[in-house]
Ligand binder design. Sequence first.
Ligand code: UD1
Ligand code: CA
Length: 464
Amino acid sequence: MAAIKPHILILAAGMGTRMKSKVSKVLHPVLYRPMLHHLLDAASALPHASINVVVGENSSAVKEACSGYKTINYIHQPSPQGTGHAVLCARETLQEKGGTVLVLNGDVILMRPETLSAFIQSHEQKHAVGSLVSAKFKQPFGYGRILRDGSGRPLAIREEKDCSETEKQVNEVNVGVYLFDTDSLFSALERVQTSNKQKEYYLTDVVEILISGSESVNAFLMPDPTEALGINDRFALAEAEEILAERVRGHWMREGVSLHHPRSITIDPRSRFGSDVEVEANCRILNTVVESGVYIEAGCRIENSTIRAGAHLKEGCYIESAEVGPESTLGPYLHLRPGTRLEAGVKLGNFVEVKNSHVGKGSKASHLSYIGDAEVGADVNIGCGFITCNYDGQKKHKTVIEDGVFVGSDSQAVAPLTIGKGAYVASGTTLTRDVPPGALAIAREKQVNKEGFVARLRPQKKKD
Ligand code: UD1
Ligand code: CA
Protein backbone atom coordinates (compact mmCIF):
# COMPACT_ATOMS: atom_id res chain seq x y z
CA MET A 1 0.00 0.00 0.00
CA ALA A 2 1.12 3.49 -0.81
CA ALA A 3 2.39 5.51 2.11
CA ILE A 4 1.53 9.00 0.88
CA LYS A 5 -1.99 10.23 1.33
CA PRO A 6 -2.61 12.66 -1.52
CA HIS A 7 -5.29 15.30 -1.74
CA ILE A 8 -7.48 14.05 -4.59
CA LEU A 9 -8.69 16.59 -7.14
CA ILE A 10 -11.31 15.45 -9.68
CA LEU A 11 -11.87 17.71 -12.69
CA ALA A 12 -15.54 17.67 -13.52
CA ALA A 13 -16.45 21.19 -14.65
CA GLY A 14 -16.06 20.72 -18.41
CA MET A 15 -19.00 21.19 -20.75
CA GLY A 16 -18.81 17.71 -22.24
CA THR A 17 -19.74 19.23 -25.61
CA ARG A 18 -19.07 16.02 -27.51
CA MET A 19 -21.88 14.27 -25.60
CA LYS A 20 -24.41 16.68 -27.17
CA SER A 21 -26.46 16.58 -24.02
CA LYS A 22 -28.22 18.85 -21.54
CA VAL A 23 -26.97 16.53 -18.80
CA SER A 24 -23.46 17.15 -17.51
CA LYS A 25 -21.05 14.54 -18.91
CA VAL A 26 -19.86 13.28 -15.54
CA LEU A 27 -23.47 12.53 -14.58
CA HIS A 28 -24.21 10.31 -17.55
CA PRO A 29 -24.82 6.80 -16.28
CA VAL A 30 -22.41 3.94 -16.82
CA LEU A 31 -23.87 0.66 -15.57
CA TYR A 32 -26.85 2.55 -14.18
CA ARG A 33 -24.76 4.96 -12.06
CA PRO A 34 -23.38 8.41 -12.78
CA MET A 35 -19.85 8.25 -14.19
CA LEU A 36 -18.61 10.32 -11.30
CA HIS A 37 -19.76 7.75 -8.73
CA HIS A 38 -17.40 5.15 -10.23
CA LEU A 39 -14.53 7.58 -9.93
CA LEU A 40 -15.47 8.62 -6.39
CA ASP A 41 -15.56 4.94 -5.37
CA ALA A 42 -12.07 4.38 -6.77
CA ALA A 43 -10.83 7.57 -5.07
CA SER A 44 -12.44 6.68 -1.73
CA ALA A 45 -10.71 3.28 -1.80
CA LEU A 46 -7.30 4.98 -1.81
CA PRO A 47 -5.58 6.37 1.26
CA HIS A 48 -6.20 10.10 0.85
CA ALA A 49 -6.09 13.38 2.72
CA SER A 50 -9.19 14.91 1.09
CA ILE A 51 -11.46 14.53 -1.95
CA ASN A 52 -12.09 17.68 -3.97
CA VAL A 53 -14.26 18.00 -7.08
CA VAL A 54 -14.07 20.94 -9.49
CA VAL A 55 -17.54 21.83 -10.73
CA GLY A 56 -18.88 24.62 -12.92
CA GLU A 57 -22.25 25.26 -14.51
CA ASN A 58 -23.19 21.71 -13.48
CA SER A 59 -22.54 22.48 -9.81
CA SER A 60 -26.02 21.96 -8.32
CA ALA A 61 -26.74 18.84 -10.41
CA VAL A 62 -23.40 17.27 -9.41
CA LYS A 63 -23.89 18.11 -5.73
CA GLU A 64 -27.34 16.59 -5.76
CA ALA A 65 -26.24 13.43 -7.59
CA CYS A 66 -23.30 12.96 -5.22
CA SER A 67 -25.09 13.83 -1.97
CA GLY A 68 -24.43 10.29 -0.72
CA TYR A 69 -20.68 11.02 -0.68
CA LYS A 70 -20.34 13.01 2.50
CA THR A 71 -16.71 14.05 2.43
CA ILE A 72 -16.46 15.83 -0.90
CA ASN A 73 -15.20 19.37 -0.95
CA TYR A 74 -16.51 21.25 -4.00
CA ILE A 75 -14.44 23.83 -5.85
CA HIS A 76 -16.05 26.24 -8.30
CA GLN A 77 -14.64 26.95 -11.73
CA PRO A 78 -16.54 30.03 -12.96
CA SER A 79 -16.13 29.20 -16.66
CA PRO A 80 -14.44 26.28 -18.40
CA GLN A 81 -11.11 27.63 -19.60
CA GLY A 82 -9.25 24.37 -19.71
CA THR A 83 -7.93 21.68 -17.38
CA GLY A 84 -5.05 23.87 -16.16
CA HIS A 85 -7.51 26.60 -15.20
CA ALA A 86 -9.71 24.04 -13.43
CA VAL A 87 -6.76 22.99 -11.25
CA LEU A 88 -5.79 26.60 -10.62
CA CYS A 89 -9.26 27.19 -9.16
CA ALA A 90 -8.27 24.77 -6.37
CA ARG A 91 -5.19 26.77 -5.47
CA GLU A 92 -6.61 28.44 -2.38
CA THR A 93 -7.92 25.16 -1.02
CA LEU A 94 -4.90 23.00 -1.75
CA GLN A 95 -1.83 25.17 -1.54
CA GLU A 96 -2.06 25.83 2.18
CA LYS A 97 -2.45 22.09 2.78
CA GLY A 98 0.78 21.31 0.89
CA GLY A 99 1.75 17.69 0.31
CA THR A 100 0.85 15.81 -2.85
CA VAL A 101 -2.17 16.17 -5.11
CA LEU A 102 -3.63 13.39 -7.25
CA VAL A 103 -5.45 14.95 -10.22
CA LEU A 104 -8.06 12.81 -11.94
CA ASN A 105 -9.95 13.75 -15.10
CA GLY A 106 -13.65 13.27 -14.35
CA ASP A 107 -14.21 11.23 -17.50
CA VAL A 108 -11.51 8.58 -16.88
CA ILE A 109 -13.46 6.16 -14.73
CA LEU A 110 -12.05 2.71 -15.44
CA MET A 111 -8.84 2.97 -13.42
CA ARG A 112 -8.68 0.16 -10.88
CA PRO A 113 -7.76 1.18 -7.32
CA GLU A 114 -4.80 -1.27 -7.58
CA THR A 115 -3.49 0.62 -10.61
CA LEU A 116 -3.84 3.95 -8.83
CA SER A 117 -1.99 2.52 -5.81
CA ALA A 118 0.82 1.24 -8.03
CA PHE A 119 1.02 4.68 -9.65
CA ILE A 120 1.31 6.40 -6.27
CA GLN A 121 4.02 3.94 -5.22
CA SER A 122 5.98 4.53 -8.40
CA HIS A 123 5.75 8.32 -7.86
CA GLU A 124 7.14 7.89 -4.36
CA GLN A 125 9.96 5.56 -5.40
CA LYS A 126 11.10 7.89 -8.19
CA HIS A 127 11.10 10.89 -5.82
CA ALA A 128 9.55 12.82 -8.69
CA VAL A 129 7.99 16.26 -8.42
CA GLY A 130 5.34 15.17 -10.87
CA SER A 131 4.10 11.89 -12.34
CA LEU A 132 1.64 11.08 -15.05
CA VAL A 133 -0.05 7.89 -16.17
CA SER A 134 0.44 6.89 -19.80
CA ALA A 135 -0.95 4.07 -21.94
CA LYS A 136 -0.20 2.67 -25.37
CA PHE A 137 -3.19 2.81 -27.71
CA LYS A 138 -3.49 1.28 -31.18
CA GLN A 139 -5.66 4.29 -32.06
CA PRO A 140 -4.39 7.25 -30.05
CA PHE A 141 -6.56 9.78 -31.92
CA GLY A 142 -7.91 12.55 -29.69
CA TYR A 143 -5.53 12.01 -26.77
CA GLY A 144 -2.53 14.06 -25.74
CA ARG A 145 0.71 12.34 -26.82
CA ILE A 146 3.68 11.71 -24.53
CA LEU A 147 6.80 13.12 -26.15
CA ARG A 148 10.10 11.62 -24.92
CA ASP A 149 13.73 12.47 -25.54
CA GLY A 150 16.31 10.17 -27.18
CA SER A 151 16.94 8.31 -23.94
CA GLY A 152 13.20 7.78 -23.26
CA ARG A 153 12.71 10.48 -20.61
CA PRO A 154 9.38 12.33 -20.88
CA LEU A 155 9.65 15.85 -22.25
CA ALA A 156 6.14 17.09 -22.76
CA ILE A 157 2.51 16.24 -23.47
CA ARG A 158 1.24 17.47 -26.81
CA GLU A 159 -2.51 17.70 -27.42
CA GLU A 160 -3.81 16.05 -30.60
CA LYS A 161 -4.86 19.40 -32.09
CA ASP A 162 -1.38 20.86 -31.53
CA CYS A 163 0.60 17.83 -32.76
CA SER A 164 2.75 17.81 -35.87
CA GLU A 165 2.22 14.91 -38.28
CA THR A 166 5.25 13.11 -36.75
CA GLU A 167 3.99 13.67 -33.22
CA LYS A 168 0.61 12.21 -34.21
CA GLN A 169 2.42 8.92 -34.95
CA VAL A 170 3.26 8.55 -31.25
CA ASN A 171 0.97 5.93 -29.75
CA GLU A 172 1.75 6.57 -26.07
CA VAL A 173 -1.02 8.77 -24.69
CA ASN A 174 -1.68 10.86 -21.62
CA VAL A 175 -4.39 9.16 -19.54
CA GLY A 176 -5.44 12.21 -17.53
CA VAL A 177 -4.24 11.05 -14.11
CA TYR A 178 -1.38 12.91 -12.41
CA LEU A 179 0.47 13.32 -9.12
CA PHE A 180 2.21 16.56 -8.22
CA ASP A 181 4.01 18.15 -5.36
CA THR A 182 1.41 20.84 -4.60
CA ASP A 183 3.77 23.83 -4.47
CA SER A 184 5.56 22.86 -7.68
CA LEU A 185 2.21 22.33 -9.44
CA PHE A 186 0.85 25.76 -8.64
CA SER A 187 4.05 27.62 -9.43
CA ALA A 188 4.21 25.82 -12.80
CA LEU A 189 0.53 26.53 -13.47
CA GLU A 190 1.17 30.25 -13.10
CA ARG A 191 3.32 30.03 -16.19
CA VAL A 192 0.82 28.13 -18.38
CA GLN A 193 -0.34 30.16 -21.41
CA THR A 194 -3.27 29.78 -23.78
CA SER A 195 -1.15 29.88 -26.92
CA ASN A 196 -2.59 26.65 -28.36
CA LYS A 197 -5.23 25.69 -30.93
CA GLN A 198 -8.02 25.56 -28.34
CA LYS A 199 -6.96 28.79 -26.58
CA GLU A 200 -7.22 27.00 -23.23
CA TYR A 201 -5.06 26.66 -20.16
CA TYR A 202 -3.79 23.09 -20.48
CA LEU A 203 -2.84 21.24 -17.31
CA THR A 204 -0.65 19.10 -19.54
CA ASP A 205 1.69 22.06 -20.19
CA VAL A 206 2.81 21.79 -16.57
CA VAL A 207 4.91 18.76 -17.51
CA GLU A 208 7.08 20.67 -19.97
CA ILE A 209 7.37 23.64 -17.59
CA LEU A 210 8.57 21.41 -14.73
CA ILE A 211 11.04 19.55 -16.92
CA SER A 212 12.48 22.74 -18.40
CA GLY A 213 13.05 23.89 -14.81
CA SER A 214 15.10 20.71 -14.25
CA GLU A 215 12.43 19.03 -12.17
CA SER A 216 11.90 15.31 -12.64
CA VAL A 217 8.62 14.06 -14.09
CA ASN A 218 7.89 10.36 -14.09
CA ALA A 219 5.67 8.61 -16.66
CA PHE A 220 3.95 5.48 -15.36
CA LEU A 221 3.00 3.25 -18.29
CA MET A 222 -0.22 1.46 -17.48
CA PRO A 223 -0.13 -2.29 -18.08
CA ASP A 224 -3.79 -2.57 -19.13
CA PRO A 225 -4.78 0.17 -21.61
CA THR A 226 -8.50 -0.64 -21.27
CA GLU A 227 -8.38 1.24 -17.96
CA ALA A 228 -7.25 4.39 -19.75
CA LEU A 229 -10.32 5.19 -21.80
CA GLY A 230 -11.50 8.79 -21.56
CA ILE A 231 -15.24 9.20 -22.11
CA ASN A 232 -15.74 12.10 -24.49
CA ASP A 233 -18.73 10.92 -26.52
CA ARG A 234 -21.46 8.33 -26.45
CA PHE A 235 -19.37 5.77 -28.31
CA ALA A 236 -16.71 5.90 -25.62
CA LEU A 237 -19.44 5.74 -22.98
CA ALA A 238 -20.83 2.54 -24.49
CA GLU A 239 -17.32 1.11 -24.71
CA ALA A 240 -16.56 1.98 -21.08
CA GLU A 241 -19.80 0.39 -19.96
CA GLU A 242 -18.98 -2.82 -21.83
CA ILE A 243 -15.43 -2.93 -20.40
CA LEU A 244 -16.70 -2.41 -16.86
CA ALA A 245 -19.54 -4.94 -17.21
CA GLU A 246 -17.13 -7.54 -18.63
CA ARG A 247 -14.72 -6.93 -15.78
CA VAL A 248 -17.43 -7.44 -13.14
CA ARG A 249 -18.83 -10.56 -14.84
CA GLY A 250 -15.36 -12.05 -15.19
CA HIS A 251 -14.66 -11.48 -11.51
CA TRP A 252 -17.82 -13.29 -10.39
CA MET A 253 -17.40 -16.18 -12.80
CA ARG A 254 -13.95 -16.72 -11.35
CA GLU A 255 -15.55 -16.65 -7.87
CA GLY A 256 -17.95 -19.50 -8.74
CA VAL A 257 -21.04 -17.83 -10.20
CA SER A 258 -22.53 -19.35 -13.39
CA LEU A 259 -23.66 -16.74 -15.89
CA HIS A 260 -25.60 -18.11 -18.85
CA HIS A 261 -25.18 -15.93 -21.96
CA PRO A 262 -23.01 -13.61 -19.88
CA ARG A 263 -22.90 -10.73 -22.35
CA SER A 264 -26.61 -10.19 -21.89
CA ILE A 265 -26.21 -9.93 -18.10
CA THR A 266 -25.46 -6.67 -16.31
CA ILE A 267 -24.00 -6.74 -12.83
CA ASP A 268 -22.80 -3.56 -11.23
CA PRO A 269 -19.59 -3.42 -9.19
CA ARG A 270 -21.47 -3.06 -5.89
CA SER A 271 -23.23 -6.45 -6.15
CA ARG A 272 -21.94 -9.45 -4.17
CA PHE A 273 -22.49 -13.18 -4.73
CA GLY A 274 -22.13 -16.38 -2.74
CA SER A 275 -21.07 -19.61 -4.40
CA ASP A 276 -23.11 -21.73 -6.81
CA VAL A 277 -25.38 -18.94 -7.90
CA GLU A 278 -26.81 -19.32 -11.41
CA VAL A 279 -28.01 -16.43 -13.48
CA GLU A 280 -29.78 -16.84 -16.81
CA ALA A 281 -29.77 -14.42 -19.75
CA ASN A 282 -30.89 -10.78 -19.73
CA CYS A 283 -30.73 -10.17 -15.99
CA ARG A 284 -29.74 -6.89 -14.33
CA ILE A 285 -28.34 -7.27 -10.84
CA LEU A 286 -27.52 -3.91 -9.28
CA ASN A 287 -26.20 -3.15 -5.80
CA THR A 288 -27.54 -6.47 -4.56
CA VAL A 289 -26.34 -9.29 -2.34
CA VAL A 290 -27.11 -12.75 -3.75
CA GLU A 291 -26.32 -15.56 -1.34
CA SER A 292 -25.17 -19.09 -2.18
CA GLY A 293 -27.30 -21.47 -4.22
CA VAL A 294 -29.70 -18.84 -5.55
CA TYR A 295 -31.12 -19.49 -9.04
CA ILE A 296 -32.18 -16.47 -11.09
CA GLU A 297 -34.09 -17.18 -14.28
CA ALA A 298 -34.00 -15.04 -17.40
CA GLY A 299 -35.05 -11.40 -17.50
CA CYS A 300 -34.99 -10.53 -13.81
CA ARG A 301 -34.09 -7.03 -12.64
CA ILE A 302 -32.95 -6.79 -9.04
CA GLU A 303 -31.62 -3.66 -7.37
CA ASN A 304 -30.63 -2.58 -3.84
CA SER A 305 -31.80 -5.94 -2.50
CA THR A 306 -30.72 -9.08 -0.67
CA ILE A 307 -31.60 -12.53 -1.96
CA ARG A 308 -30.94 -15.13 0.71
CA ALA A 309 -29.52 -18.61 0.17
CA GLY A 310 -31.34 -21.11 -2.01
CA ALA A 311 -34.06 -18.76 -3.26
CA HIS A 312 -35.40 -19.34 -6.76
CA LEU A 313 -36.50 -16.41 -8.89
CA LYS A 314 -38.48 -17.46 -11.92
CA GLU A 315 -38.51 -15.53 -15.16
CA GLY A 316 -39.18 -11.80 -15.20
CA CYS A 317 -39.05 -10.81 -11.52
CA TYR A 318 -38.54 -7.12 -10.78
CA ILE A 319 -37.22 -6.62 -7.25
CA GLU A 320 -36.40 -3.19 -5.80
CA SER A 321 -35.01 -2.51 -2.32
CA ALA A 322 -36.35 -5.76 -0.89
CA GLU A 323 -35.15 -8.76 1.06
CA VAL A 324 -36.05 -12.24 -0.12
CA GLY A 325 -35.87 -15.00 2.49
CA PRO A 326 -33.93 -18.24 2.07
CA GLU A 327 -35.50 -21.01 -0.04
CA SER A 328 -38.26 -18.68 -1.24
CA THR A 329 -39.76 -19.14 -4.70
CA LEU A 330 -40.87 -16.09 -6.62
CA GLY A 331 -42.50 -15.42 -9.98
CA PRO A 332 -42.67 -15.69 -12.86
CA TYR A 333 -43.43 -12.01 -13.49
CA LEU A 334 -43.60 -10.58 -10.03
CA HIS A 335 -42.85 -7.18 -8.55
CA LEU A 336 -41.37 -6.59 -5.11
CA ARG A 337 -41.27 -2.89 -4.31
CA PRO A 338 -39.23 -1.01 -1.71
CA GLY A 339 -39.57 -2.03 1.90
CA THR A 340 -40.61 -5.62 1.25
CA ARG A 341 -39.15 -8.26 3.51
CA LEU A 342 -39.89 -11.94 2.97
CA GLU A 343 -38.98 -14.62 5.52
CA ALA A 344 -37.84 -18.16 4.67
CA GLY A 345 -39.76 -20.41 2.28
CA VAL A 346 -42.21 -17.78 1.05
CA LYS A 347 -43.91 -18.56 -2.25
CA LEU A 348 -45.20 -15.70 -4.36
CA GLY A 349 -46.43 -16.59 -7.84
CA ASN A 350 -47.14 -14.83 -11.08
CA PHE A 351 -48.39 -11.25 -11.15
CA VAL A 352 -48.04 -10.69 -7.45
CA GLU A 353 -46.97 -7.20 -6.33
CA VAL A 354 -45.77 -6.60 -2.79
CA LYS A 355 -44.88 -3.17 -1.40
CA ASN A 356 -43.54 -2.15 2.00
CA SER A 357 -44.71 -5.37 3.64
CA HIS A 358 -43.34 -8.14 5.80
CA VAL A 359 -44.34 -11.68 4.89
CA GLY A 360 -43.76 -14.46 7.45
CA LYS A 361 -42.20 -17.87 7.07
CA GLY A 362 -43.80 -20.29 4.60
CA SER A 363 -46.62 -17.95 3.53
CA LYS A 364 -48.00 -18.11 0.02
CA ALA A 365 -49.72 -15.92 -2.53
CA SER A 366 -49.56 -17.94 -5.69
CA HIS A 367 -51.40 -15.77 -8.19
CA LEU A 368 -52.40 -12.20 -9.01
CA SER A 369 -52.30 -10.18 -5.79
CA TYR A 370 -51.45 -6.74 -4.48
CA ILE A 371 -50.10 -6.70 -0.94
CA GLY A 372 -49.17 -3.21 0.25
CA ASP A 373 -48.31 -1.87 3.73
CA ALA A 374 -49.12 -5.26 5.24
CA GLU A 375 -47.81 -7.40 8.06
CA VAL A 376 -48.43 -10.99 6.99
CA GLY A 377 -47.71 -13.75 9.52
CA ALA A 378 -46.35 -17.25 9.00
CA ASP A 379 -48.12 -20.03 7.05
CA VAL A 380 -50.71 -17.68 5.59
CA ASN A 381 -52.38 -18.77 2.37
CA ILE A 382 -53.56 -15.94 0.16
CA GLY A 383 -55.83 -16.95 -2.72
CA CYS A 384 -55.85 -15.66 -6.27
CA GLY A 385 -56.75 -12.03 -6.76
CA PHE A 386 -56.53 -10.77 -3.16
CA ILE A 387 -55.94 -7.04 -2.80
CA THR A 388 -55.05 -4.86 0.16
CA CYS A 389 -56.90 -1.57 -0.39
CA ASN A 390 -54.25 0.37 1.47
CA TYR A 391 -54.79 3.88 0.13
CA ASP A 392 -57.86 6.01 0.78
CA GLY A 393 -56.79 8.76 -1.58
CA GLN A 394 -54.94 10.63 1.15
CA LYS A 395 -53.24 8.22 3.50
CA LYS A 396 -51.81 4.71 3.45
CA HIS A 397 -53.21 2.21 5.96
CA LYS A 398 -51.93 -1.06 7.32
CA THR A 399 -53.35 -4.55 6.92
CA VAL A 400 -52.37 -7.20 9.49
CA ILE A 401 -52.86 -10.83 8.55
CA GLU A 402 -51.91 -13.07 11.45
CA ASP A 403 -50.37 -16.55 11.38
CA GLY A 404 -52.22 -19.39 9.66
CA VAL A 405 -54.91 -17.22 8.02
CA PHE A 406 -56.60 -18.55 4.87
CA VAL A 407 -57.74 -15.82 2.48
CA GLY A 408 -60.14 -16.97 -0.25
CA SER A 409 -59.76 -15.83 -3.84
CA ASP A 410 -60.97 -12.49 -5.15
CA SER A 411 -61.23 -10.79 -1.80
CA GLN A 412 -60.15 -7.36 -0.66
CA ALA A 413 -59.12 -5.91 2.66
CA VAL A 414 -60.06 -2.23 3.04
CA ALA A 415 -57.32 -1.15 5.45
CA PRO A 416 -56.75 -0.51 8.27
CA LEU A 417 -57.80 -3.90 9.61
CA THR A 418 -56.55 -7.10 11.20
CA ILE A 419 -57.41 -10.65 10.22
CA GLY A 420 -56.90 -12.65 13.43
CA LYS A 421 -54.87 -15.79 13.80
CA GLY A 422 -56.15 -18.82 11.88
CA ALA A 423 -59.21 -16.99 10.51
CA TYR A 424 -60.83 -17.76 7.17
CA VAL A 425 -61.92 -15.20 4.63
CA ALA A 426 -64.51 -16.46 2.17
CA SER A 427 -63.86 -15.94 -1.52
CA GLY A 428 -65.27 -12.79 -2.99
CA THR A 429 -65.33 -11.00 0.37
CA THR A 430 -64.72 -7.29 0.79
CA LEU A 431 -63.42 -6.93 4.33
CA THR A 432 -64.04 -3.56 5.94
CA ARG A 433 -63.38 -4.41 9.60
CA ASP A 434 -61.32 -6.77 11.77
CA VAL A 435 -61.84 -10.52 11.67
CA PRO A 436 -61.52 -12.24 15.08
CA PRO A 437 -59.06 -15.15 15.37
CA GLY A 438 -60.49 -18.45 14.17
CA ALA A 439 -63.61 -16.83 12.60
CA LEU A 440 -64.96 -17.06 9.07
CA ALA A 441 -65.56 -13.67 7.47
CA ILE A 442 -67.95 -13.57 4.58
CA ALA A 443 -69.21 -10.38 2.97
CA ARG A 444 -70.89 -10.83 -0.39
CA GLU A 445 -74.32 -10.75 -1.92
CA LYS A 446 -76.37 -13.95 -1.59
CA GLN A 447 -76.68 -15.75 -4.90
CA VAL A 448 -80.08 -15.70 -6.58
CA ASN A 449 -80.89 -18.10 -9.44
CA LYS A 450 -83.71 -17.01 -11.73
CA GLU A 451 -85.00 -20.21 -13.32
CA GLY A 452 -85.86 -20.01 -17.03
CA PHE A 453 -84.50 -16.44 -17.34
CA VAL A 454 -82.54 -17.00 -20.55
CA ALA A 455 -85.42 -18.65 -22.36
CA ARG A 456 -87.65 -15.70 -21.48
CA LEU A 457 -85.02 -13.23 -22.67
CA ARG A 458 -84.48 -14.90 -26.01
CA PRO A 459 -87.52 -16.98 -26.91
CA GLN A 460 -86.55 -19.72 -29.39
CA LYS A 461 -87.65 -19.16 -32.98
CA LYS A 462 -90.12 -21.70 -34.22
CA LYS A 463 -88.63 -24.03 -36.82
CA ASP A 464 -90.58 -24.16 -40.14
C1 UD1 B 1 -7.44 15.59 -21.63
C2 UD1 B 1 -5.94 15.88 -21.72
C3 UD1 B 1 -5.31 14.93 -22.72
C4 UD1 B 1 -5.58 13.49 -22.31
C5 UD1 B 1 -7.06 13.25 -22.12
C6 UD1 B 1 -7.26 11.88 -21.48
C7 UD1 B 1 -5.67 18.27 -21.31
C8 UD1 B 1 -5.40 19.59 -21.92
N1 UD1 B 1 -5.75 17.26 -22.15
O1 UD1 B 1 -8.01 15.89 -22.89
O2 UD1 B 1 -3.91 15.13 -22.78
O3 UD1 B 1 -5.07 12.60 -23.30
O4 UD1 B 1 -7.64 14.24 -21.25
O5 UD1 B 1 -8.61 11.52 -21.41
O6 UD1 B 1 -5.79 18.17 -20.10
N2 UD1 B 1 -12.50 20.04 -17.26
C9 UD1 B 1 -12.79 21.00 -16.31
N3 UD1 B 1 -12.68 22.30 -16.65
C10 UD1 B 1 -12.31 22.71 -17.89
C11 UD1 B 1 -12.01 21.74 -18.86
C12 UD1 B 1 -12.11 20.40 -18.51
O7 UD1 B 1 -13.13 20.66 -15.17
O8 UD1 B 1 -12.24 23.93 -18.10
C13 UD1 B 1 -12.63 18.62 -16.91
C14 UD1 B 1 -13.66 17.90 -17.75
O9 UD1 B 1 -14.93 17.93 -17.10
C15 UD1 B 1 -13.10 16.50 -17.85
C16 UD1 B 1 -11.61 16.67 -17.67
O10 UD1 B 1 -11.42 17.96 -17.16
O11 UD1 B 1 -13.61 15.66 -16.84
C17 UD1 B 1 -10.85 16.52 -18.99
O12 UD1 B 1 -11.34 17.45 -19.91
P1 UD1 B 1 -11.59 17.06 -21.45
O13 UD1 B 1 -12.12 18.26 -22.14
O14 UD1 B 1 -12.35 15.82 -21.53
O15 UD1 B 1 -10.08 16.82 -21.91
P2 UD1 B 1 -9.59 15.98 -23.16
O16 UD1 B 1 -9.77 16.81 -24.38
O17 UD1 B 1 -10.18 14.65 -23.16
CA1 CA C 1 -11.74 13.70 -21.98
